[in-house]
Design a protein around this ligand. Structure first.
Ligand SMILES: Cc1cc2nc3c(=O)[nH]c(=O)nc-3n(C[C@H](O)[C@H](O)[C@H](O)COP(=O)(O)O)c2cc1C
Length: 413
């Protein structure tokens, strides 16, 4: 079939799709390109009515699932490759997001190649994007092991309908030459004018009591609320299937805690500023820097704490007239608590202000390498403050993740 004539088919005749034809199409589709020729996908064929009934809820009971003679679930699959590696004294490292993307790419390329071949043969297919909406159900029904994840479903059969072809956006909506050309309001109008003028779309807007076609998508078909809820399910399932580590999510999306807890654990880090000895108190939330206080180590004007103290707490304290201050508390060698009151008052106000700015950035979880770059790029008038920023940047390097390229850069220096 000519590609310009294709359309999705959602109604099928009772004529069976025999195994020989199906296997041939699957085999031919496996000529599709894949990463490292690893063929990181697998296909589960569902023919039995009972199994289709079990799959139907995951696809929101779209009728094609139970009506089509064949349902194919195409999975991103690193299981087989991982098992092969382990059986051949090779150490696989595919339990990560990148490997999921690679396997999903392979699976989708296979899916599309199969669609073209099946349509060429006269079969009708419908792609079901619902596969990734509630993947947990599909995983349970099809007994998918770890490192196997359903990414596409096709319902396949001989067409019992010839629906009107859907429209397409004009070429200028999808094509950019050399660099990405911005979509001015005029260009958006031109791209969507025809689609918005179609009577079926106007009808769609009307029956849904919306003002624009775009609102039908945002408010009814694909809403933020649904997308966010299903994204959560998707990510959790990726963790269950071992493509993502549970803690990788909190690394990727650190939670912002705007209200500073009353007590924060803290690291005490000494550093050199010009010829002076300085100390930084790095307040930690869930092990990540949340705020930083710095000052001169000095008995008279600054702060003096025993050398052995490298950890403690920064405690927010309100005095009787509601004035806020921060105290540092540590446990000395003999196990007694010692509190140094009013960290803020002991330090030079100018440095204090810079530290406040840096703490603001830390509190909102800017990645540490960005914070370090920001601090080291500051060009300040005062030489001592410039040297202070270098010291603070060095203190923060302690909190870079092990995989940070910034650590490698430092080693290379
Ligand atoms: C990622 C993706 C998800 C889709 N999900 C569904 C679906 O859940 N149900 C459905 O009936 N069609 C689904 N479709 C088919 C599209 O609705 C269809 O391709 C589109 O409206 C264009 O129509 P055409 O294929 O007839 O040209 C999906 C297609 C894709 C590529």
């Amino acid at each position: 079939m000519n590609i310009t004539q294709r359309r999705t088919i959602r109604k099928y005749t009772q004529q069976p799709v025999d195994d020989e034809l199906l296997n041939r199409l699957i085999e031919e589709a496996s000529r599709t390109q894949t990463m490292g020729n690893l063929q990181l996908y697998s296909v589960v064929v569902t023919r039995s009515a009972a199994m289709k009934e079990l799959l139907a809820p995951a696809h929101f009971f779209q009728p094609m699932v139970t009506q089509a003679p064949v349902v194919l679930t195409i999975c991103a699959d690193f299981r087989r490759t991982t098992d092969w590696c382990m059986q051949r004294q090779a150490s696989p490292g595919y339990e990560n997001a990148l490997s999921f993307m690679n396997a999903a790419t392979d699976a989708l390329l296979f899916t599309q190649t199969f669609c073209c071949l099946a349509e060429e043969e006269g079969l009708g297919v419908c792609f079901l994007g619902t596969t990734i909406y509630q993947p947990q159900t599909i995983i349970a029904v099809l007994e998918l092991p770890e490192l196997v994840f359903p990414v596409a479903t096709l319902t396949v059969g001989w067409p019992a309908e010839k629906p009107k072809q859907t429209d397409r956006l004009p070429l200028e909506a999808i094509l950019h030459q050399e660099t990405y050309g911005a979509f001015t309001p005029e260009r958006i109008d031109a791209c969507y004018a025809e689609r918005e003028s179609l009577s079926e779309n106007k009808h769609f807007v009307e029956i849904n009591e919306k003002e624009t076609l775009a609102q039908v998508f945002t408010d009814i078909r694909y809403t933020r609320k649904d997308n966010e809820a299903m994204s959560e399910g998707l990510l959790t399932t990726l963790v269950r299937q071992k493509f993502l580590r549970a803690d990788s999510l909190s690394d990727l999306i650190p939670t912002v805690v705007e209200r500073r807890p009353d007590i924060l654990e803290c690291d005490v880090v000494r550093f050199q500023n010009k010829k002076e000895k300085w100390v930084a108190f790095v307040g930690l939330l869930d092990g990540s820097p949340y705020e930083i206080f710095t000052g001169l180590q000095d008995d008279e004007e600054g702060i003096a704490i025993p050398k052995s103290v490298i950890k403690g707490y920064i405690i927010k304290h309100y005095d009787r007239d509601g004035q806020k201050r921060y105290d540092f508390q540590f446990v000395n060698k003999r196990g007694y608590k010692t509190t140094i009151e009013g960290l803020s008052d002991r330090f030079n106000p100018e440095y204090w202000n810079y530290a406040k700015l840096i703490s603001g950035v830390l509190r909102y979880r800017m990645p540490i390498d960005h914070v370090i770059r920001l601090i080291t790029s500051l060009q300040l008038e005062n030489d001592t403050i410039n040297s202070w920023t270098t010291g603070v940047a060095r203190v923060l390097k302690k909190y870079l993740p092990d995989s940070s390229p910034m650590l490698e850069e430092e080693e290379a220096e």
